[in-house]
Design a protein around this ligand. Structure first.
Ligand code: IPM
Ligand code: MG
Length: 362
C-alpha cells in the first residue's frame, strides 16, 4: 500500500519542522509496512519568490492528486508589503478553499509532562486540559466581499454564512462531540450579528435531533474569558472562521505552548490539510530552534483523519509523550526545572523517531 503525501514546507520555520514530521511518518510507515510517496509542492512566500504566485496551479493540482497534504507554515516580513491577494497567506486560504477543507479541527490538549509550562494557576488545570475547537475554514469574513474606498479612507470585510455552510460544519462538530465527552458549545456573537443568529438557529434545529450531545451556546467575548477562567468546562467548541482563529490561539497557549498544537482541515471530498497552528516564526528560521512537535503531532492527525491509520497515529502520539517523559524539551516548553534536557529541532525529531522504533521493537 502506498499513500501519496503532498508536502508544502513553506516559509520561516516551516521547512525545519516539516523535515522532522516527515522523519516520524517514515519511521511509522517502516514499522507498519506501508509506503509513503512524498511530493514536494511550493506555496506562500517561497512560491511567490519562485513563480510570482502564492499558490501556483501546479501546487493545487499536486495536492488534489494526493491522499493528504502536510504543511509547515507560510508568511514573513519579506512579503508584508504585497497586496492582500498576492500575500503568502492568500496561498493558504486558496488551498483551503481549493480543497474544500471547510472544517478545521484544533485540539488543545495539555500533556501532563508539560503542566509546568501552563501559564494558568495549577488548581485551574488540575486534572488536565483536553478540548477541541472546530473552526469553520472556508467561509465567513475571510472570504466575504471586501474592499477599500477609492480615497483609501474606508475599508470593509463582510461576514456572510449560508445555512448549508453552517450545517456541514456543525455536523462535523456534533460527530466530534459524540466521539469525545458528548458536549458541544456553539460560540458566536448572536447578541449583535445576524450571521451569528443564523448559526444559533441552525444549531438549535440540529441539536433537537441529536439528544445524545449536550449543546450549549456562548458569546465569543465570554468564551475568551471562560477559556482562562475555567477551560475545563469545554469539550468541543464550534465556531466561525474568524472567532475560531482567535480562540484557537488562546486555547493553545493555555496548554503550555502554541509550539505543541496540531490541526487537521478536512472537507467532504478532497484530501485534508495537516499543519501546526503556529506561524512561520521567521526570527528563528533555519536555526534548529523551532519546536517540531506541533508538526509531528499534525502528522499523527494526517495518519488518523487523512489515511484512517489510527494505530500508527497513536504510535506517533505515544512517542511524543515518551520523549516528553524523558525530559526532552524545546526552548518554548522548557521551564528550567531539573531533569529537563533542552534540545533543538533535529534532536527532538530524532528522539521521536527513536521512540517510535523502540516501541515497534518491543
Ligand atoms: C491560522 C493562521 C491563518 C488564518 C493565517 C496565516 C492566514 O492564523 O491558520 O490560524 O488566519 O487562518
Ligand atoms: Mg491563526
Amino acid at each position: 500500500m502506498t499513500y501519496r503525501i503532498a508536502t508544502i514546507r513553506g516559509d520561516g520555520i516551516g521547512p525545519d519542522v516539516v523535515a522532522e514530521a516527515v522523519k516520524a511518518l517514515v519511521a511509522v510507515s517502516e514499522a507498519s509496512g506501508f509506503d509513503l510517496d512524498f511530493i514536494e509542492a511550493t506555496m506562500g512566500g517561497a512560491a511567490i519568490d519562485a513563480t510570482g504566485s502564492p499558490l501556483p496551479e501546479s501546487t493545487l493540482a499536486a495536492c488534489k492528486a494526493s491522499d493528504a497534504v502536510l504543511l509547515g507554515a507560510v508568511g514573513g516580513p519579506r512579503w508584508d508589503g504585497l497586496a492582500g491577494r498576492l500575500r503568502p497567506e492568500a496561498g493558504l486560504l486558496g488551498l483551503r478553499a481549493g480543497l474544500g477543507a471547510y472544517a478545521n479541527l484544533r485540539p488543545a490538549r495539555m500533556f501532563p509532562e508539560l503542566a509546568a509550562a501552563c501559564p494558568l494557576r495549577a488548581d485551574i488545570v488540575a486534572g488536565g486540559l483536553d478540548l477541541l475547537i472546530v473552526r469553520e475554514l472556508t467561509g465567513g469574513i475571510y472570504f466575504g466581499d471586501r474592499g477599500t474606498s477609492p480615497d483609501g479612507d474606508a475599508a470593509w470585510d463582510t461576514e456572510r454564512y449560508s445555512r448549508a455552510e453552517i450545517e456541514r460544519l456543525l455536523s462535523v462538530a456534533f460527530d466530534a462531540a459524540r466521539d469525545r465527552r458528548g458536549r458541544l458549545c456553539v460560540v458566536d456573537k448572536a447578541n449583535v450579528l445576524d450571521s451569528s443568529r443564523l448559526w444559533r438557529k441552525v444549531a438549535t434545529e440540529m441539536a433537537a435531533s441529536r439528544p445524545d450531545v449536550a449543546t450549549s451556546f456562548m458569546y465569543v467575548d465570554n468564551c475568551a474569558m471562560q477559556l482562562v477562567r475555567n477551560p475545563r468546562q469545554f469539550d468541543v467548541i464550534a465556531t466561525s472562521n474568524l472567532f475560531g482563529d482567535i480562540l484557537s490561539d488562546e486555547a493553545s497557549m493555555i496548554t503550555g505552548s502554541i509550539g505543541m498544537l496540531a490541526s487537521a482541515s478536512v472537507g467532504a471530498a478532497g484530501p485534508g490539510i495537516f499543519e501546526p497552528i503556529h506561524g512561520s516564526a521567521p526570527d528563528i528560521a533555519g536555526r534548529d530552534a523551532a519546536n517540531p512537535l506541533a508538526t509531528i503531532l499534525s502528522s499523527a492527525m494526517l495518519l488518523s483523519y487523512g489515511l484512517g491509520r489510527k494505530a500508527e497515529a497513536a504510535a506517533i502520539e505515544s512517542a511524543v509523550a515518551a520523549v516528553l517523559a524523558e525530559g526532552m524539551r524545546c526552548a518554548d516548553i522548557a521551564t528550567g526545572a531539573s531533569g529537563e534536557l533542552v534540545v533543538g529541532t533535529k534532536a527532538m525529531g530524532d528522539a521521536v523517531v527513536a521512540a517510535i522504533r523502540a516501541a515497534a521493537r518491543s
